[in-house]
Design a protein around this ligand. Sequence first.
Ligand code: CMC
Length: 432
Amino acid sequence: MSQASSITITLEGTNSSASMPLLTGTLGPQVADIRKLYNQLGVFTYDPGYGTTASCESKITYIDGDEGVLLYRGYPIEQLAEKSDFIEVCYLLMYGELPTRTQLDKFRDGVTRHTMVHEQIRRFFDGFRRDAHPMAIMCGVVGALAAFYHDNLDINDPHQREIAAFRLIAKVPTIAAMAYKYALGQPFVYPRNDLSYAANFLHMLNAVPAEPYNVSPVLERAMDRILVLHADHEQNASTSTVRLAGSTGANPFACIAAGIAALWGPAHGGANEAVLKMLDEIGTPENIPSFIEKVKDKNSNVKLMGFGHRVYKNFDPRAKIMKETCHEVLGELGIKDEPLLDMAMEMERIALTDDYFVSRKLYPNVDFYSGIILKAMGIPTSMFTVIFAVARTVGWVSQWKEMIEDPSQRIGRPRQIYTGAASRDYRAVDSR
Ligand code: CMC
């Protein structure tokens, strides 16, 4: 980060003005450093939803929303989705470079040695209803990991931070699969460290003790690609939540649970589940036009789920890859006719030619097609956001590590415009 020039802010009608540095990163717009604004001019900035606020410096992920570009550590998502795999992407996100063969083997070994959870964790599940949403279970059980790794965890020690990261990347899929098995009433399946990350996850989701389960290479590849595409996405709502919670020095397992809670909402990771519910509700292609009319009606509060993005004002590059993967997976699984995919494509066609969506630059996002692939893979709708959480855990821990290691890191503490009552005196209840 370097200072290229400065920006002068003048308070109209006064003689007060202040010069603020304009900072330049590697890519992206310049950023006005307004840290001294309050000291110099006595004013705050107002940016609800943080649409124009850079909350941190980061070297991990870059998005160009106008061009539809997504880079992990400088590498285009298209190249990583095609040529890399999830565990290598985890290394890249955490350490900043692609690993050598030796580094990759050591990293994979480091992660896989932490895949099992403490036996006591199993008992947590008994406290949940069988019909509990698996994201509710994820919030609770991932947060509960803090109780197992708290007293001896020093977040200022790089080695301990790394172990916490390994534990999270390794154990979140195990807990996710346990949440699924619990809902089914099937026994929990222990991890198999001889399998790839994606294959082991599928094994824990689908195997039963009564018969052998062989992971299909088609499904393994599809799951791996889904994990790669969701691994990180710079300062989105859940990542910002993890950073904010982490800025207080909180236990990293508790911080990731906070991220899982933020991810769950339908405006964020919950959208993949919402897309399938929406397609189900629409039912048949004839109903699409009337649904689109409802979406366009401001009073209806109906959104086209899987469409729109705060940053992308062009195609979400992940959605493009997801759409291709969707066709590949259905083809490889021999599913010739998938009405949901036909409906999704028809909705996309209509939306992309409708002025409402065109003028607002609303394009399909990653969640529009991911649910259709997951459904074809036999994964129930309620697990979609859980799979997003499994993938995003590496992004969250990488961003958390980067934040802790940033010398300029301070507790996150936004200000506000107060519009409530001015100071007034208390009156006793009988005199009100
Ligand atoms: N359907 C209909 N209208 C929409 C949609 C949509 N999906 N998204 C945005 N708009 C409209 C919005 O009503 C507003 O219209 P107007 O200017 O007339 O008031 C305009 O487009 C600008 O939208 P915004 O609400 O200012 O956009 P935002 O950046 O605050 O919200 C979003 C972004 C992703 C929350 C929103 O587009 C949305 O709710 N999409 C549906 C949910 C979804 O698919 N979320 C997944 C996002 S990608 C994966 C992830 O991040 O987890």
